[in-house]
Structures are given as C-alpha cells and as structure tokens.
Design a binder for this molecule. Structure first.
Ligand code: NAD
Length: 260
C-alpha cells in the first residue's frame, strides 16, 4: 500500500474536467482512482499522473452499474487504505428540441447523470461509514441545474437532480462527519462540446462549427469560456480541511453566467 493523504475516486476522469481534477488531487498528495467507462483513456490518464510523480490507478466503471462502482471503491481501499473522497463527475449530454424530446433521451441522460450520482453517493457513503472516515463526496452539477435550456431539458433536469441529491445525501451523512457538496461549471471547453456542437448542427439549432459555444458564451460576465483548470481550485477546496464546515452546497464556477 502506498503512502498518500487517502484515496480519491474521480469518475469520468479519463479526460476533460475529471482528468484535471484527478491531476490536481494527485499533486495535492491524494492517491487517485481514475474511474471511467473508457478503459484505455483511463489507463493513459493514470499513467500520466504516475509519470509526473503522483499516485494513480485506473478502473473501468460504468457509473450506472453498482457492482463496478463497488469494485472501484474496493480497488481504492486496497491501493490507498481508505476512501477519503468520491468525485461523481461522469456525465453527458445529447440535445433534442424540447417538444420532440423522447423517453429514450430522458432515460439515458437521467440514468448516467442522475442515477449514476446517486449510486456513487450511496456506495461511497456506505464505505466511509464502515471505515469511520470523515470523507468528502463532491459531484459535478452545472449551470444547467440552475436554469432551463429548451434544447437539452433532460440534461438540465439531471443536473438539478445532482443538486437535490447533494442536499439529501448531505443531511443523511452529516451525522457521520461526511460532507457532500457539488460544483456547477458554466461553459468548459472540453470534448463534451465537440459532440454537442455536432448534435446541435444536426438538429438544425446551429449552422456552423463553433456557433453553439459562441452563442452560449455571449454575455459571460467574466468575458470568456472556461477550461478545466478554472474549476479544479474549487474541488481542491472542497477536498481540503478549509471546507470542513460546509455541506449540502453547490458552488457555481461559471464566470457569472447564473447568479441566484
Ligand atoms: N464541459 C462543460 O461545458 C460542462 C459544463 C457543466 C458541467 N459539465 C459536467 O462536467 C462533467 C465532465 O464533463 P466534461 O466536459 O469533462 O466531459 P467529457 O465528455 O470530456 O468527459 C466525460 C467523461 O465521462 C466518461 N463517462 C461517460 N459516461 C460514463 C459512465 N456511464 N461511467 C463512467 N464514465 C463515463 C467519459 O468516458 C469521459 O471520459 C459532466 O458531468 C458534465 O455534465 C460540463
């Protein structure tokens, strides 16, 4: 077993926001589990962290499959002795016009972005209680959880669900000293937007590459879209002792797009 500040599992960490979170957690001295459905990319991300001097392993999980989540927690405990942090970050979007949104679209998105987060919270909570760990559960919400967008209503509902689940889990786990918080990015330049851009063009909602991000970003008070590095500081804080008296909250990191 390697000496670390404890294990932190990051779901959806093979790329994008999750990968940046994992890299920072490793730099902060946590042992990291890259938990992603894309096994090859997850392995590459873990290798890069190890090459940079951090502690990382990778684990193929599907956040909607409870057994794979349990297995990732077992691998974390075996590698690092304890599960200290669970970052429920995996998620996706598939836009459809509101009036034509299908049951299948709703089910697929709510399954990964909603149920996947519930399972992550439950299994991490149970493992932390069993080990007596005053751990941290942190989930990736979105500005879309605080407002509606007609072309991706199920995604908005799924991110509102992340905020509600955060509050429910925070109340349930507070007596055990486990805190549960979320953070809500705005527009982050990752591969998620590559797919979204293509889907919105196919839908006829936009007519040229890059238009979707450009239109979404117009009027961001801080004047630019974000990159994964813009959100990791908040996650560092949520993992750190500085946030010990905070639970059930969702911190927006969206350049000021949604102010509530
Ligand atoms: N990019 C943005 O603008 C933005 C804004 C707000 C919130 N978010 C949220 O941030 C999170 C990360 O987004 P990103 O932009 O880094 O996306 P991304 O598409 O670059 O990365 C998502 C990762 O999740 C993994 N994944 C997908 N389904 C999975 C499953 N069922 N089980 C395990 N892993 C799975 C993918 O393989 C991928 O590695 C998502 O929850 C997303 O909704 C993104």
């Amino acid at each position: 077993m390697t000496q670390t500040k404890g294990g932190v599992i990051v779901t959806g960490a093979a790329r994008g926001i999750g990968r940046a979170i994992a890299e920072h957690a490793a730099r902060d001295g946590y042992g990291v589990v890259i938990a992603d459905i894309d096994e090859a990319a997850g392995g590459t991300a873990a290798d890069a962290i190890t090459a940079a001097g951090g502690q990382a392993i990778s684990c193929r999980i599907d956040v909607t499959d409870r057994e794979t989540v349990k297995a990732a927690i077992g691998a974390c405990e075996e590698a690092y002795g304890v599960l200290y942090g669970m970052i429920n970050n995996a998620g996706f979007n598939k836009p459809m016009p509101f009036l034509e949104t299908t049951e299948d679209n709703w089910t697929a998105i709510l399954r990964v972005n909603g149920l996947g987060v519930l399972i992550g919270m439950q299994e991490a909570g149970k493992a932390m209680i069993a080990a007596g760990t005053r751990g941290r559960i942190i989930s990736t919400a979105s500005m879309a959880g605080r407002t509606g967008f007609g072309d991706f209503a199920p995604y908005c509902a799924s991110k509102a669900a992340v905020i509600s689940l955060t509050q429910a889990a925070a109340k349930t786990l507070a007596p055990h000293g486990i805190t549960v918080n979320a953070f809500g990015p705005g527009v982050v330049d990752t591969e998620l937007w590559v797919t979204l851009d293509q889907d919105l063009m196919e839908m006829g909602a936009t007519s040229r590459p890059g238009q979707a991000m450009q239109e979404f970003s117009a009027g961001i008070p801080l004047g630019r879209v974000s990159v994964p590095e813009d959100v990791v500081g908040t996650v560092d804080f949520l993992l750190s002792p500085a946030s010990a008296y905070m639970t059930g909250q969702c911190l927006m990191i969206d350049g000021g797009m949604i102010m509530q």
